[in-house]
Structures are given as C-alpha cells and as structure tokens.
Design a protein around this ligand. Structure first.
Ligand code: SIN
Length: 291
C-alpha cells in the first residue's frame, strides 16, 4: 500500500513516541523499549535515544538481532566509530572488534575497573557492546557513576582535585594480561608506552556536569608527582568511585546491546564464568579531549 505524505509523517512521529525509557538502577542504567536499533531510525527517535544515553549514562536494548554492519550503523548515531588500538577489527567490518573468552581461557577482556582507553589524548566518548553468545550464568558487567562519585566527595577534596591532572598509561595493565586475551585478535602489543595527561575532574561536554576521571587500570600518577606520592590518593579515590550505591549490574542475554558513556562511567567485566563461552561485538565512538 502506498502511503500519503501525511501518513508517512504521522508514522515517523509514532516511531519516536513508541520509545520507552525504563530506568533500571537508582544511580544509572535504563532499558530502551519500543524501538529497534537495527532498523532505520528517524531523527526524533535517534535524538530521544541520545537524550536517554546522556541522562542515564548506560542504556541497553534487549533481544535484538544485529549484524556487525547494523551495529556500526547504529553507533554512527552517537558519533564517529574509531579503531581500538589493541585489537584488530573483524575482517568484514574493521571498526567492530570481536571480544571472546573461550571455555578454556582464564583471562577476560575488561576485567578491571576502568573507563575506556584513558591513555589516549581523545578517549572514546561511548562504547557499544552487543552480546552474540553469553554464559548461562556469570559474565555480567558492572557500571559505576562518576558524577556521583565526584559529588559525594567533600568540598575541600573537590577543590583540590579540581587543580590536579593525572597521567594515564596503557602500561599499567601488564603484558601478560594483554597477551592473555588470546581469542581477541591483538595488535600493537608493544605500545604499552601510550599515555596522556587529563584533568582528574572532567566536565562533561554535553551535560556540563563534573565527573571524577581517574581509574585503577590506567591512572599512573598525578601530574608533577611520583607514583609513590600519588598512589595513596589514587587508591582512595578509586575505592570511593566504586561504592555499591553508585553502581548498576547488567545481566547480559543473547541479543542485549548496551551503550555506555565513558566520560562519566567506569565499568568492570566480571570474570566468573570459566568453562563457558562469551562472545561480544564492540564498537567505540570518538570522543573529545577531556577538559
Ligand atoms: C570492556 O571493557 O569494554 C568489555 C566489557 C565487557 O566485556 O563486559
């Protein structure tokens, strides 16, 4: 049936109005229902998803069937997908990385608290992770809210941190661990010298809110200080950053697609599913220089 112009307009508006954002965590995390991220999205729907992402920091869709190309097309609603420095993309879609842990493997990818690749001058603003195959139990991902982590600190601590910068490096995560992601097609394994200095408190470029921006996996030291001098405060802040009340625990199902905001969230991939297989497709989206 050929639809008239006015019917098409009504139908497009319906697409956005069918979208439901269901908050899942007290601090962060929301499920998006009523819209297919694998299908063509009208502007209003894409904007609504983007607003939910900024408000809830971690958003997810359930029960989707996405090819790598569709995942990449959806990622473009958030910005420009970019390569992850330590892994090859899949041949048919090089900006999509396959993250796999096989039943015999012991080391998982992302099994420490971090925000993605903070050792880059311009770390990715967002990460998309799509579950292709998941363990029967285990393999959840934990998220923690870095806005609230900052806001909970005392005024004196916030003022002091506002003047500090931190050196973030790829080299804190040891070679053995990077080599241990045996089923992720690694590259640049000798580039553990990648490092960048960023403010310890960053202002989110879109929401204007301040967030704590250090993590135990990549933050080496404060600018102008030694590692030894820096470590007690880094350790304290990293503990504060992952208080349970700041968190959300995502239980993956096959077909779950999650997008998180690296500018205000840390995450941790649980490694509690030895003997089972977990396969994900991952895309990162270019970000700006933290300020
Ligand atoms: C990551 O750190 O990007 C991986 C998270 C996960 O596999 O749950």
């Amino acid at each position: 049936m050929v639809r008239s112009e006015s019917e098409r307009t009504v139908s497009d508006v319906m697409t956005a109005s069918k979208l439901e954002v269901v908050r899942q965590g007290a601090a962060l995390g929301a499920e998006i229902r009523g819209v297919d991220p694998g299908g063509p999205l009208d502007e209003a729907t894409a904007a609504a998803i983007r607003r939910a992402f900024l408000e809830h920091q971690v958003i997810f869709f359930r029960d989707r069937r996405l090819s790598p190309r569709k995942l990449l097309a959806f990622a473009r609603h958030f910005g420009s997908p970019v390569e992850y420095p330590f892994a090859e993309g899949i041949p048919e879609c090089p900006l999509v990385t396959r993250i796999v842990k096989e039943p015999h493997e012991r080391i998982n990818f992302g099994g420490e608290w971090h925000s993605d690749t903070t050792y880059l001058e311009r770390p990715p603003q967002a990460t998309l992770l799509y579950a292709v195959e998941v363990p029967a139990v285990g393999g959840d991902t934990l998220y923690s809210d870095m806005y609230r982590a900052y806001e909970r600190l005392s005024p004196g601590m916030r003022a002091m941190l506002g003047r500090l910068r931190a050196v973030n490096t790829a080299g804190l995560l040891d070679r053995e661990k990077r080599d241990g992601y045996a089923s992720v097609r690694g590259r640049n394994v000798d580039r553990l010298d990648m490092s960048a200095e960023h403010p310890v408190v960053r202002t989110h470029p879109e929401t204007g809110r301040k967030a704590l921006y250090i993590n135990e996996t990549h933050t080496l030291r404060f600018g102008g200080m030694t590692r030894e001098e820096s470590l007690p405060l880094i350790a304290h802040l990293c503990r504060e950053a992952i208080r349970p009340e700041l968190g959300y625990r995502l239980r993956w199902e096959r077909g779950t697609l999650t997008i998180w905001d690296n500018r205000c969230v840390q995450h941790y991939a649980l490694n509690d599913y030895h003997g089972q297989r977990r396969v994900m497709y991952r895309v990162i989206v270019a970000g700006d220089r933290p300020s």
